[in-house]
Design a binder for this molecule. Structure first.
Ligand code: GLA
Length: 389
């Protein structure tokens, strides 16, 4: 792989100089969905798939980009002096956004770069290919410019800042954080209100994490995501009239039940219910995993799906079908949608000896009911972003 990347790099940008290689992973979230912009907890882990990058510092301010995933775009040229979002800039809006965010947050970038990337996260799968590209770019910039003081957490914040303010997607911190801070065989239990986190081992002797890609992505993604944020914010404002809280993550289930009628709009009330219960569920699920109670963890995953489907309303028919099919298979410990929703993937924990059955039955059932062919990835939990050479 690295050889192919190197050859393409030298062919396009010429040989010589020091070419450095980096990797930043995609992520799967085990539980804690749509809680990261509500001051709640999330529990994602980094994957071993992600985005690779080769970079060589330039002596001028020029930027030359090439993606092996979009060869038809050819080499896209730009400059550090022209960091503005533009539709025709295509995928380069992500790395350019991160460069812009570096400068906006006080990190000067004196040198341009030749930058080649290749990603092996399936497109549109909701496994955070854009966050991995952002974190990859951040790592590369930090390394090439020798900005030692920048921590992985800060690179995640910069990536999110770029996504929010350059690319117009109002996402939370989870994806960039998982890509920057992931650890092999561990999930990250992250409190998004403080960015305090703990690693929890996910070495499951008898089970595997299986991601099922629905291969559908509904166009609602961006707009509905921002709607959910607004509805959650409205609910918070109403609640703040009667109870002293900073975020929905500050409420227990009991406190929510006591004060929920302060939320005037019933839709906003349902959204807040999900945010509160999902956060508490994530804390309980983390504790269950620490206590080696995988069965309980699986039940929390299932409950998370129901809440996302019914109260937060971010699932869709295809994903509900995948989850229903999974729930019927003996040996499935838990199954739910993962990521932003409206398509993308489910995540399931499946006993080792049921994995083949799972892939066969869910695959057949899904095709029969939707006409789509699902893809399955039996995944390992990998390291966060790092330099390769
Ligand atoms: C997307 C966003 C994340 C998070 C999830 C939902 O992946 O990028 O910040 O909000 O949706 O949990």
């Amino acid at each position: 792989m690295k050889k192919a990347l190197n050859e393409t790099f030298e062919e396009l940008f010429g040989a010589g100089g020091e070419i450095r290689a980096y990797f930043a992973p995609g992520r799967v979230n085990l539980i804690g969905e749509h809680t990261d912009y509500n001051g709640g907890h999330v529990f994602p882990c980094a994957l071993t798939i992600g985005t690779y990058g080769l970079a060589r510092k330039r002596e001028d301010k020029k930027l030359r980009f090439y993606s092996m995933n979009f060869p038809e775009d050819g080499v896209i040229e730009s400059s550090l002096e022209d960091l503005k979002p533009a539709e025709e800039a295509g995928w380069t809006n992500y790395p350019k956004g991160v460069m812009w965010a570096f400068e906006a947050r006080g990190h000067k970038l004196p040198w341009g770069v030749d930058f080649l990337v290749y990603g092996d996260i399936p497109n549109g799968s909701g496994l955070s290919s854009s966050a991995s590209l952002e974190v990859l770019t951040g790592w590369m910039l930090k390394d090439i410019h020798g900005i030692e003081s920048l921590s992985g957490q800060e690179l995640a914040v910069i990536g999110q800042y770029a996504e929010n303010h350059f690319n117009g997607m109002n996402c939370g911190i989870m994806d960039q954080f998982a890509s920057a801070m992931g650890k092999k065989d561990s999930a990250i239990f992250l409190d998004t209100s403080t960015l305090e986190f703990e690693y929890a081992p996910v070495v499951l002797p008898d089970a595997r994490i299986v991601i099922t890609n629905s291969k559908v992505k509904h166009s609602l993604v961006g707009s509905a995501y921002n709607d959910r944020r607004n509805e959650s914010e409205q609910a918070l404002k109403d609640l703040q009239q009667v109870v002293h809280i900073e975020t929905l993550g500050d409420l227990t289930e009991e406190a929510f039940e006591e004060h929920k009628m302060a939320i005037k709009d019933p839709v906003c009330r349902k959204r807040a219910k999900h945010a509160v219960y999902e956060n508490q569920r994530t804390i309980k699920a983390y504790n269950a995993l620490k206590a080696n109670d995988l069965e309980a963890f699986g039940k929390y995953m299932n409950a998370s799906h129901i809440s996302l489907r019914d109260d937060y309303e971010v699932s869709c028919d295809e994903i509900d079908i995948l989850v229903d099919l999974a729930w019927q298979i003996p040996g499935v410990i838990g199954s739910r949608m993962t990521g932003g929703g409206f398509g993308g993937c489910t995540v399931s924990i499946v006993k080792n000896d049921a994995v083949d059955d799972f892939i066969e039955k869910v695959g057949e059932g899904y095709q029969a009911r939707t006409g789509h062919r699902a893809e399955f990835y039996v995944v390992d939990v990998g390291e966060g972003a790092h330099r390769l050479s």
